[in-house]
Design a binder for this molecule. Structure first.
Ligand SMILES: Nc1ncnc2c1ncn2[C@@H]1O[C@H](COP(=O)(O)OP(=O)(O)OP(=O)(O)O)[C@@H](O)[C@H]1O
Ligand SMILES: [Mg+2]
Length: 314
């Protein structure tokens, strides 16, 4: 007997998609388990929207196989759309409708009544704005409305394309807390695309790093950091580059990176507390002055730079 909780609710195998000469997806595999929140994290043009639109049945892959709840899109569209909730990277609303009227219109597509509209206004915390025209809503309020629409049919799987891009930290946190609550109360699963590593870390137990149509790494934050074989970072600014000594004899220094424009050095080390005193006296003996010394744990951004040579936010 198979246990429904051990079967992925989304399974994408070797998905490829090309637009003329642009390879948007170069063979991507993805599995989403029940009640799992997964972040697709990657820079502009990574292929995130293309991938989620293929999962949503909006675009067709050139090759590869997609199943949702064990079913292919072909022949199962109506049934699958009942189980998923979507929000797009940019949502166009009807400006002449109020927030509540917008929800009512979408609710009517699902045959849902006003009770559900009221529930949604509460869930996304838009009761006070129910009579505001959509054109007068702030960016964060619009994003909450888009999330409310995605939640109307009480979906088992939410697919959100950059739900917090452009929002200030407070508005972003409000959306995070709605999503945390949803998982706790409904066991919802989610695929979310984002440029923000904090969003991936805060919301999602699984992170898929994607760049140029390829999955570079996937796993929990702890797994990604463990795979990178280093967890601690020492960073400082070098005031006189000509006096910077050779660090090659330091066996506990795993990697060293220079940022030429700022003279900031980033060192990946095994153990900061044993490395730091040796490093400071070595620099002192060489007469090399430094400033802005910082020690911290590795972040997703560090891992991304290591994998691609670029910052996630570039
Ligand atoms: N309809 C299209 N026609 C031509 N090229 C496309 C089309 N859609 C996407 N692309 C290209 O495919 C690549 C992946 O685009 P996609 O929109 O999936 O990236 P993304 O990760 O969502 O980026 P962003 O973070 O900017 O939203 C890009 O190089 C993009 O220019
Ligand atoms: Mg996109």
């Amino acid at each position: 007997m198979t246990d429904a909780n051990t079967q992925p609710i989304v399974k994408a195998v070797n998905i490829k998609k090309t637009f003329k000469d642009v390879i948007a997806l170069a063979g991507v595999d993805l599995e989403i388990m029940p009640s799992e929140y997964t972040a697709l994290l990657g820079p502009n043009g990574a292929g995130k929207t293309t991938l989620v639109e293929i999962i949503e049945g909006i675009q067709k892959p050139d090759s590869g196989e997609i199943t949702l709840f064990g079913k292919h899109w072909s022949g199962n569209k109506d049934e699958l759309y009942k189980q998923i909730g979507l929000s797009f990277q940019e949502t166009k609303f009807e400006d002449k409708l109020t927030a509540a009227e917008t929800l009512k219109m979408f609710a009517s597509f699902y045959g849902l009544d006003n009770t559900r509209v009221e529930e949604i206004l509460n869930i996304v915390n838009l009761q006070e704005k129910r009579k505001s025209y959509v054109v007068n809503l702030s960016g964060g309020q619009r994003q909450k409305l888009a999330l409310g629409i995605a939640l109307l049919n009480n979906p088992k799987l939410l697919i959100l394309d950059e739900p917090t891009t452009g929002l200030d930290p407070t508005a972003r946190r409000e959306i995070w807390s709605i999503l945390h609550e949803l998982k706790k109360t409904h066991g919802t699963s989610m695929i979310l695309t984002t440029h923000y590593m904090e969003e991936a870390e805060n919301l999602c137990e699984k992170i898929v790093i994607i760049d140029k149509g390829k999955v570079l790494a996937k796993g929990t934050l702890e797994q990604l950091i463990a795979e990178s074989k280093t967890s601690e970072i020492v960073q400082f600014k070098v005031l006189d580059k000509s006096k910077f000594p050779d660090f090659s004899k330091f066996s506990d220094l795993r990697e060293i990176q220079w940022e030429d424009s700022t003279n900031i050095v980033t060192m990946n080390v095994d153990n900061t507390s044993s490395f730091l005193p040796k490093m400071v006296s070595y620099l002192n003996n060489a007469g090399c002055k430094i400033s802005e010394l910082r020690c911290r744990y590795v972040t997703l951004d560090d891992l991304f730079i290591r994998m691609t040579g670029r910052k996630l936010t570039d």
